[in-house]
Structures are given as structure tokens and as C-alpha cells.
Design a protein around this ligand. Structure first.
Ligand SMILES: O=P(O)(O)OC[C@H]1O[C@H](OP(=O)(O)OP(=O)(O)O)[C@H](O)[C@@H]1O
Ligand code: HPA
Ligand SMILES: [Mg+2]
Length: 179
């Protein structure tokens, strides 16, 4: 696992500081709004788990699974709903929680869907943002780190379903892709 990593881009300590900061900002903004945090499975699960514990307010969580990447490193452009929400978003203040905004396709489709379902408000929080890769016009409402156009793994992010359990954000050695 660790041996497959070429470099650590964002350390465990840096992530913790940023997650605490984002949690504090969201708690302030959403106090008394009982927001519904939607975790976009699977990548956002680790971020969601840490973020929600840094929000000292009443809030709820739900989960959605969508897929655009399959097992590769390029978005297919199609966003399929693999698992839908259990909760109605109608008249709810929704915060979509993501690990990364890359092409922006996943989040733009998701935000559109949640607005169509008549959420009171829809905002996006992402730990990582890759603005250079955007294919649609969308900006995260809250973002942890802007990162360069490199494929990253760890802290929920996978390559072919592996490496999600690394506690930091890293870049794989090129030979890993050749396997
Ligand atoms: O901005 P985009 O180009 O749409 O890419 C971002 C999305 O792609 C990844 O998920 P993926 O669909 O690979 O599923 P996963 O979360 O289960 O890994 C990532 O977790 C985001 O959800
Ligand atoms: O850089 C990335 N790493 C892992 N999954 C991703 N999905 C979009 N971008 C990425
Ligand atoms: Mg994802």
C-alpha cells in the first residue's frame, strides 16, 4: 500500500486541520437549520465521517451512490444513480459532501437532481477541488484544497477500488497503473 505511493500530497495532519475548519464554518452557517448532509458514496465516506464530528449542531445524514468513473481514471461523462436517498429532500437544507470535484459532472448532475426535488437549498462541500479539469461550469460552495491535475488516492479516494484506506492524500507510482 504505502510502497505504491510516489508522494504524499496532503498529510493526515493537514487534512485534520482543514476538516475542522470546514466543520466549524458549516456549523456556523447551518445552526438551527437541521441540515441534511448527503454523502456521495463511496469516496466521500471518510471525509463525511470526520466532517460531521466537527459540526456541533443538530444535523442529519443520508447516502447516495452514483458512478461516473468505473475502474479507470477518466470520467465516462455518464452519471448513474446506484443507490438513492432514504430521506425526502423537499424543503430541506441540503449539503452535498464530496471527496473531490474533478470534471464537475457528478456534482452538477446531483445538484440539478436535488434542486428538481425541491430542496430548500443545495450547497456542496468538497475536500479536494481540481479546477483545471472542469468540463462543466460549477464551483464548490466550500472547498478544502485546490490541487493540480494529478490523479490522487487515499482518504476515501480510490484507484480501481484500492487505496481508500490510506490516511493521507497521495499520488501513485506510475508503475502501479501499468499492472
Ligand atoms: O467531478 P467528477 O469528474 O465527476 O469526479 C468526481 C467524482 O468521481 C469520484 O467518484 P467515483 O464515481 O469514481 O465513485 P467512488 O466515489 O465510489 O470512487 C469521486 O469520488 C467523485 O464522486
Ligand atoms: O484524482 C482522483 N482520484 C480518485 N478518484 C477520482 N475521481 C475523480 N478524480 C479522482
Ligand atoms: Mg465519489
Amino acid at each position: 500500500m504505502n510502497g505504491d505511493i510516489e508522494k504524499i500530497m496532503i498529510s493526515e495532519e493537514q487534512i485534520a486541520v482543514k476538516v475542522k475548519e470546514l466543520g466549524g464554518i458549516l456549523a456556523e452557517e447551518y445552526r438551527d437549520k437541521n441540515p441534511l448532509l448527503i454523502c456521495v458514496l463511496k469516496g466521500a465516506i471518510i471525509f463525511m465521517a470526520d466532517l460531521i464530528r466537527q459540526m456541533d449542531i443538530r444535523c442529519e445524514m443520508d447516502f447516495m451512490a452514483v458512478s461516473s468513473y468505473g475502474s479507470g481514471t477518466e470520467s465516462s461523462g455518464m452519471v448513474r444513480i446506484l443507490k438513492d436517498l432514504d430521506t425526502s429532500v423537499q424543503d430541506r437544507h441540503v449539503i452535498v459532501v464530496e471527496d473531490i470535484m474533478d470534471s464537475g459532472l457528478t456534482l452538477s448532475r446531483l445538484v440539478e437532481l436535488l434542486r428538481h426535488r425541491e430542496a430548500a437549498s443545495v450547497k456542496v462541500v468538497t475536500l479536494l477541488n481540481k479546477p483545471d479539469r472542469r468540463k462543466v461550469e460549477i464551483t464548490p460552495d466550500y472547498s478544502g484544497y485546490d490541487i493540480p491535475d494529478e490523479f490522487v488516492v487515499g482518504y476515501g479516494l480510490d484507484y480501481a477500488e484500492n487505496y481508500r484506506n490510506l490516511p493521507y492524500i497521495g499520488v501513485l507510482k506510475p508503475e502501479v497503473y501499468a499492472k
